[in-house]
Design a protein around this ligand. Structure first.
Ligand SMILES: C[S@@+](CC[C@H](N)C(=O)[O-])C[C@H]1O[C@@H](n2cnc3c(N)ncnc32)[C@H](O)[C@@H]1O
Length: 263
């Protein structure tokens, strides 16, 4: 994949950077900006954005003058990223299985590492190999207890309907566990934060049920179609006492944010 990467990657040119600026592609959510600040990308630095999605954060990093490559496992995401951010390099790649030809100064990742749940140690090892010695790994992901109320409601509803416990697709480590993994894979942890971020589910007017359909769709695979609606209505009933406010539904997000340096 790395050879392909070098073939596909185009260097920045000034007009494309200007186009980015003029199109205001530098918008990042209020939640994302502090992470880019923590990364503190410098002009000319080589930064890899792992699990870049549609490239919103990648574009913010590019705006700060870094030479950035976005990698994501979803071809559909990469297609959107390329369409929305002309002039930035994006490529399809899996966090469990990527290599680079030329080392990066930093690897950045927002809201993506918890999806790379098959083998988190391999993902960290791949990040290490992508970095030059002294390179930074700056990321935010779901931490232990993330979506605990949402998932408890799911598990109870599944049980009540006599269904096998769903395989949840995420990896939400404790700070101690992730720090240990980072150290084991050759990083020095310079900062590690673990905090609640209760977040309005603005994009889920149907509450927890919508959230399951949007973020945990794989757990619905293979269920009898006629069971899905009542099952998710039950998820809503169970989750409502903890997560439904007068202002709308909230998600009980818990985040792990860290900055580590390759030894
Ligand atoms: C919640 S999105 C975050 C996107 C982006 N970082 C942002 O902050 O807007 C998570 C992304 O991780 C990607 N992803 C999940 N598993 C992956 C894997 N194994 N390798 C690479 N990307 C992956 C998904 O395709 C998705 O685009």
């Amino acid at each position: 994949m790395s050879d392909e990467c070098e073939l596909i990657v185009l260097r920045y040119d000034t007009p494309s950077l200007e186009r980015l600026r003029s199109n205001s592609f530098g918008y990042v959510s209020a939640n994302g900006r502090p992470l880019v600040d923590l990364l503190d990308p410098q002009p000319g630095e080589r930064v890899l954005d792992l699990g870049c999605g549609t490239g919103v954060m990648t574009a913010e990093i590019a705006l700060r003058g870094a030479e950035v490559l976005g990698i994501d496992g979803s071809p559909a995401m990469i297609e959107k990223a390329l369409a929305q951010h002309p002039g930035i390099d994006f490529i399809v790649g899996d966090g469990h299985d990527f290599t680079v030809v030329q080392a990066y100064d930093a690897v950045f990742s927002n809201a993506a590492l918890h999806w790379m749940s098959r083998d988190p140690g391999t993902v960290i090892a791949n990040v290490r190999e992508a970095l030059a010695p002294g390179g930074r790994f700056v990321a935010e992901m779901g931490g232990a207890g993330n979506c605990a109320e949402l998932t408890a409601a799911m598990l109870t509803a599944w049980r009540e309907y006599g269904l096998r416990e769903p395989d949840l697709p995420w990896y939400f480590p404790t700070p101690a566990e992730y720090a240990q993994r980072l150290e084991r894979e050759g990083f020095v942890v310079r900062l590690l934060e673990y905090f609640d971020r209760t977040t309005p589910l603005d994009e889920c007017p149907g509450g927890a049920a919508d959230w399951v359909r949007m973020y945990a769709a794989s757990v619905l695979d293979g269920l009898p179609p006629d069971i899905v609606d009542p099952l998710l209505r039950r998820v809503n009933e169970l989750a409502a006492p903890a997560l439904r406010r007068e202002s709308g539904w909230m998600a009980d997000y818990v985040r792990l944010r860290f900055a580590a340096v390759r030894r």
